[in-house]
Ligand binder design. Structure first.
Ligand SMILES: [Zn+2]
Ligand SMILES: [Zn+2]
Length: 413
């Protein structure tokens, strides 16, 4: 057999390479990318996730394999990063297709005896394609508050172990419906192997709770209840991507003052989430660099200078008493987008914790800890495994006149 293969390889100039790739290669659409690259070049073999990254085997001509490696580096997905790539030449074995194999979890494998080393991407802000679906009444995920895809949504905050597969995330308890499964299995679909993918039929859902944890409404009604409560000046605990926010109408001074009193936070400025960059620009001085960062997949809080003049939807004085700078962000989860689109005005979105205590990220824990601060709770049942707070960034002008971001708190992103 070996002789046959050797003859086959010398006649056809077919070679087999094994590539061990480490870095940011899981949860970034790397396997679908490799699948389409291999298919377009006509190379055969497979790819699988391991605890260290991915392993790829490809068989093809010298030229095909050269192109494959080149384009792997050059055309990789936006959020992917290759730290290291080890290439081993092997005897060709005559693959007949290119396949995505199940992740390697075998204990007999030398990989799993090594320390897990694959990097997991941070949670990413909702991408434009998901946003369009979220507000398209004809889309099957219209108004689904946990919509996501290969390009956006939770990653780090839902990981329980490596490799990054649905069964190793907090989405393991939500079996996919046939439609979601079909998208997940289709290499040409944006949700191909998108681990947290779901829809309103099979995925987590929203609930609106009172301070005792009683469910007052669920699904879209929960959202409407929350919107009504915020409009009435209530303070809500809202479960986001990596933890809870305490939310109140940022244009309502009584609501913001109440939040200060209940949170025992007399002066420190609150972060504000704006419904849109346009409204933010009406009220604050936003440079192009700041706008770009606010709208990026990282979507941090950016400290910016507030304009003096009174504007419609001006933020309440209690938000940042005596401070010319305001910490602002744009909606970065589908739930934020839904809330802010309904409200149409900025909201306070401050970390959901007691002063000095860690961020609340579990529903029951939030109820216990924030019950004296929040009038109501807007929650969903996708568990958060790793809490992640919002990052805070401020741009500083260098002597060269160049604006450079300075990270004041590194968390999400
Ligand atoms: Zn998306
Ligand atoms: Zn589904």
């Amino acid at each position: 057999m070996t002789g046959l293969i050797a003859r086959f390889s010398s006649v056809t100039n077919i070679q087999r390479h094994q590539l061990r790739v480490s870095g940011l290669v899981q949860g970034v659409g790397f396997r679908p990318f490799v699948y389409s690259l291999a298919t377009s070049l006509g190379v055969l073999g497979w790819i699988k996730n391991t605890c260290q990254g991915v392993v790829i085997e490809v068989e093809g001509s010298t030229d095909q394999l050269h192109q494959f490696q080149q384009r792997l580096q050059r055309d990789k997905p936006l959020h992917a990063m290759i730290q290291q790539m080890e290439v081993t030449q092997l005897e060709p074995i005559g693959y007949t297709a290119f396949a995505i194999h199940h992740s390697d979890l075998s204990t007999a494998n030398s990989d799993s005896q090594a320390q897990p080393a694959a990097l997991i991407l941070p949670d990413l802000a909702t991408c434009p394609a998901c946003l369009a679906e979220l507000f398209d009444p004809g889309d099957r995920r219209y108004h689904y508050p946990l919509i996501n895809c290969t390009h956006c949504g939770p990653r780090y905050s839902i990981v329980r172990s490596l490799p990054y597969d649905r069964s190793n995330t907090t989405m393991r308890s939500f079996p996919m419906c046939p439609q979601c499964q079909q998208e997940y299995d289709d290499p040409s679909d944006r949700r191909f192997h998108a681990q947290p993918t779901a829809c309103s039929h099979c995925g987590p859902h929203l609930e609106f709770w009172n301070q005792q944890g009683q469910v007052l409404a669920s699904h879209d009604e929960a959202l409407q209840e929350a919107v009504a409560a915020i409009r009435q000046g209530k303070i809500l605990a809202v479960k986001g991507l990596g933890g809870f926010h305490l939310i109140a109408d940022a244009t309502n001074n009584a609501a913001v003052t109440a939040l200060r009193q209940r949170k025992h936070r007399p002066h420190k400025p609150f972060a504000v989430m704006y419904p849109s960059l346009e409204l933010l620009r009406d009220q604050c001085h936003v440079s192009n660099e700041e706008a770009e960062l606010l709208e990026s997949a990282i979507a941090p809080i950016v400290l910016i200078a507030i304009k003096n003049s009174q504007q419609p939807f001006a933020i309440a004085p209690a938000t940042n008493p005596g401070n010319p700078l305001l910490g602002v962000m744009l909606p970065y989860t589908p739930l934020h987008h839904l809330l802010l689109r309904e409200l149409g005005h900025p909201i306070i979105a401050t970390s959901g914790n007691l002063s000095g205590a860690p961020l609340c990220f579990d529903n029951q824990d939030a109820l216990d800890k924030l019950g004296n601060i929040a009038d109501g709770f807007l929650v969903h049942n996708r568990p958060i495994e790793q809490p992640v707070d919002d990052s805070i960034v401020r741009f500083v002008t260098l002597a060269t006149g160049e604006n450079q971001p300075m990270i004041l708190r590194r968390a999400r992103g």
